[in-house]
Design a protein around this ligand. Structure first.
Ligand code: GDD
Ligand code: MG
Length: 399
């Protein structure tokens, strides 16, 4: 892969946010560049080195009622060297969709020898494992993990840790293009190669999202939610650095990856607010604005943003869903301890103007979860191990 090196970064305390990096070649060859031919603007990353990172990576695929063909396409795109963890929250009644997913994935694994673990978000054993590990916050009244994409991601993260991986990446299961999925995973690996394996967060900014406008294809750059979300995060950052910035391009990035150490220490917000809240949490904890337990500014947190080349094409989930996502993302900024009253007023006005907040309504805070560091992994594993063994899709074994 040939990738631009970041030209700039903004820094708040220990958090460095790098500018968007462009991809120049998806495949730049197997070995290192001949000495002297690599210049300072772009870097060639050997395919072997990318594979080396992928072998230590788990890719978590959250699923809720997606079409089986789409899920299979996503699995086709994930490189064989990665461990795949599918966390499904699909209904089991009146039709057991989870059973169909398991069967289809097991069948797929027979042909590909792919290592895939599939678990259900509501599996009582997963709930029991979190309870035993001393992390009841994630559970509902019945002792099962709560609904939501973030909640599924948290299960996947802990399973990746349990299975000894060093990196964890996320890929949505409703992606129409296996080639795009393949690119995202290779870019995660590129981000870790460039930034080292310490506290790194890699986020993908889609090059474009095709839609039909006036009967022809239009390659839109920014979705509605990301436009609002990036602007609010940049305003927040500018307030604290004193310099106006547009560095954040990936506030909502569903496609992102973290070193497992970082994924276990970060806090999570429920549902779709999870991605912008990663920015907020890192800035609150490591930005040096408040005295926290993370006072050591030498331990850099690197946020690397990479612009993918494939268009992103996924299921259309409707207007209400987008409105919820905008409110959720802006709420993470609005209710942050870092948010000044002037930005709160701006966000409030923006939401009212676009009809997303009605007369008499206020922007509700999103529910957040503490860091997964407090989970006793040994106690979690003692229960969850059996679930994972039951669910590994390998040649010949029913998942
Ligand atoms: N396990 C699990 N549990 N998965 C879920 C749940 C749940 O409760 N709800 C949704 N998912 C899965 C979906 O099946 C899909 O694969 C993925 O999570 C994303 O959900 P979508 O409903 O397709 O979200 P989106 O496409 O509108 O938004 C995506 O992109 C945004 C950036 O534009 C998400 O990744 C957002 O988180 C992201 O901010
Ligand atoms: Mg989607």
């Amino acid at each position: 892969m040939r990738i631009e090196i970041p030209r700039e970064f903004d820094r708040l305390g220990a958090v460095r946010i790098y500018g968007l990096q462009k991809i120049y070649e998806l495949d730049a060859g197997p070995g290192p560049e001949a000495p002297g031919s690599d210049d300072a603007i772009v870097r060639s990353l050997p395919a072997d080195a990318l594979y080396g990172v992928q072998r230590e990576m788990a890719i978590v695929v959250p699923v809720r009622s997606e079409r089986l063909k789409l899920i299979e396409g996503v699995l086709v795109g994930i490189p064989n060297s990665c461990l795949v963890i599918v966390v499904s929250n699909s209904p089991r009644e009146p039709i057991d969709r989870f059973f169909l997913e398991q069967e289809s994935i097991a069948n797929f694994c027979r042909f590909t020898h792919k290592q895939v673990v599939i678990v259900h978000q509501k599996d009582p054993a997963i709930g029991a494992a979190f309870a035993a590990g001393g992390y009841p916050e994630l559970l509902d009244d019945t002792g099962c993990v709560r609904n939501g994409k973030a909640e599924g991601m948290m299960i996947g993260t802990v399973l990746a840790r349990m299975m000894g991986r060093r990196y964890v990446g996320f890929v949505d299961s409703d992606n129409y293009f296996p080639g795009a999925v393949n690119e995202y995973v290779r870019e995660y690996a590129a981000g870790f190669l460039i930034n080292g394996g310490a506290h790194t967060l890699v986020r993908i900014s889609w090059h474009s999202k095709p839609k039909i406008v006036e009967q022809s294809l239009y390659f839109a750059k920014w979705g509605r939610s990301s436009r609002h979300c990036n602007h609010a995060l940049n305003r927040l950052l500018s307030h604290h650095t004193g310099f106006e910035t547009e560095i954040v391009k990936t506030g909502n990035a569903g496609e992102h990856a973290l070193t497992l150490d970082l994924a276990m220490s970060i806090r999570y917000a429920t549902g779709y607010a999870v991605e912008p809240f990663h920015y907020i949490d890192l800035l609150e904890q490591y930005g040096g604005v408040f005295p926290t337990e993370h006072g050591d500014m030498r331990h850099l947190i690197r946020i690397c943003q990479i612009e993918s080349r494939n268009p992103h094409f996924h299921e259309n989930k409707g207007e209400d869903h987008i409105a919820d996502m905008i409110r959720g993302s802006l709420s993470t900024v609005y209710h942050s301890r870092l948010c000044p009253p002037s930005l709160q007023q701006e966000i409030d006005a923006e939401l009212r103007q676009s009809g997303l907040l009605k007369e008499g309504e206020t922007l509700q805070p999103v529910h957040t979860y503490p860091s997964l560091e407090r989970l006793d992994l040994a106690k979690f594993t003692a229960i969850a191990q059996e679930v994972v063994e039951r669910r590994v899709g390998a040649p010949g074994s029913p998942a």
